[in-house]
Design a protein around this ligand. Sequence first.
Ligand code: NAD
Length: 331
Amino acid sequence: MEQDTIRILAFEVRDDEKDIFKKAAGDLAAEVTLLPDILNLDTVDQCAGYAGVTTLGMSRISPEVLDRLKELGVKYLSTRTIGYNHIDVNYAKKIGIHILNAEYAPESVADFTIMLMLLVLRKYKPAVYRQNVNDYSLNGLRGRTLKSMTVGVVGTGQIGQTVIRSLSGFGCRILAYNRTPRQELEEYAEFVSLEELYTRSDVITFHLPLTESTKYMVNRETLSHMKDGVILINTSRGELMDRKTLIHGIESLKIGALGLDVFEDERSIYHESRINDIIANRDMAYLRQFPNVAMTQHMAFYTESAIEEMVDCGIRGIVSMHRDGTWKKEL
Ligand code: NAD
């Protein structure tokens, strides 16, 4: 395998990643150039002369971008994210570009997921508004405890199973759905079909990748099987839930509360400052006004430890593929 110094171009680099990139490049003897830009058809030509490219999740790696990367000699593309729905992985495989994704400790997203549950159950959003305007009344702020609820966890991969283990400390009943049930979790959760999870859960949290089969898994039809007043939590990808269904569910009171770290069509909104725009996304703005809807800007991953692991993984994966022809997170 090749032993020369590999040149890597890093896109979407935030200030808080720069020192970590420099350290990883030094440790791995790689030459890394850092750019704030996203990778798309307008920026792809900057990849000339680089064998490896790394991005975050706002870049759009379409077949056209992949074709151009191939022409420019790029062999490896790593995303410093767990999710990879922004990359046409099948097309990349077809033309021979290796795609790698990141892994990092699941606690960052799992903790955030449980925080969103508690936040909506304890009506934190309206409580904070009232505090800020000298209104200390309790009317309408009565909450519920997790212990009194049945929580359904859809998807028991790295994050889903961490949510289950953490939730077990709260004393709630936990239902779980995965394509293949996991024996090691059976002491914490009862594995049931997705249909049964939908009908029995008071709170449902989703931990699946966005694929053709998971897109809009929360839709008018599936929502109709859920309990009246169901609480939905999404820290995976916005497109798992049809936003029109979410609006209908909140307006009709079918949905009791929403905790959303991700939102359909969030690209080019989240992780940007849109402070000078009147409105960034009409449906997002409409949903945001409800006291029982808590939204955050795709930040469940955003902890000190996760950022270090994401950057390190992004560089290390490319270097490992270049030198040894293998990496544990090749897609
Ligand atoms: P994972 O790969 O460990 O687990 C995914 C689980 O989904 C697996 O158990 C898999 O069997 C299951 N699955 C896949 N396709 C399915 C389908 N069609 N039907 C049913 N089950 C299916 O992934 P993870 O580390 O747990 O991450 C889950 C998702 O969380 C990621 O794909 C990503 O989109 C999202 N995420 C969000 C953030 C954030 O900051 N909000 C950060 C990291 C990851």
